[in-house]
Design a protein around this ligand. Sequence first.
Ligand code: ADP
Length: 218
Amino acid sequence: MKGVVIIKLSKRQGEILEIVKENGPITGKDIAEKLSLTRAALRPDLAILTMSGNLEARPRVGYFFNAGYQAKQEAKKFIHQKVSDYKAHPIVVEKSTSVYDAVVQLFLEDVGTLYAVDPKGHLAGVVSRKDLLRASLGNQNLHELPVSVIMTRMPNIITITPEETLLEAAKKMIYNHIDSLPVVKEDEEQKSTYLLVGRITKTTITRAYLEIMENKTS
Ligand code: ADP
């Protein structure tokens, strides 16, 4: 959380912010009047709100609400969330599963991507909608064709760990043009092999964004 200061406002500071939001630019004197307080009693709160960046003060004009600052604070809260707190269950198939069964699984689980594992449960591949569609276009027997033939394989899989942040997840998905990331932990008994512990999708990121924006004051 280095460099991130999220200040918890007092009730009165919250009231001041609301007043300035609605009436700004507004002088300290007018804010004090609205709260039935003296200008002197208000001074410490105004100083805190100005120094923290919530408000901007212009001489002879008054206080402005700094909307950009607020948005930045919310964005900071968002990007520092951990993958472990938002990951969903991974939907997994054995890599010997047929393409036909994988398509059925995709519909049953209502997901866009399946993760293929080897018999030891290690991540072996990613099977996306387009992979399945491409295989279905060829004149092959989908009951006989295993997903291992059509999947994107290790070591080409872009993964993420539970300790990384949603910002890192968002970057990996956008820069690599993919819809989801397997959340993995390296198998301590076998280096460079990974156990699946979850999945992060573009929906996960959108949901996290919505949750944080709807709970702005918490
Ligand atoms: P869709 O097929 O619905 O467009 P994606 O954009 O996620 O879904 O997949 C595009 C391609 O990238 C597919 O071939 C898929 O196998 C591959 N892919 C998907 N996720 C990953 C990942 N995490 N790492 C590497 N390749 C991936």
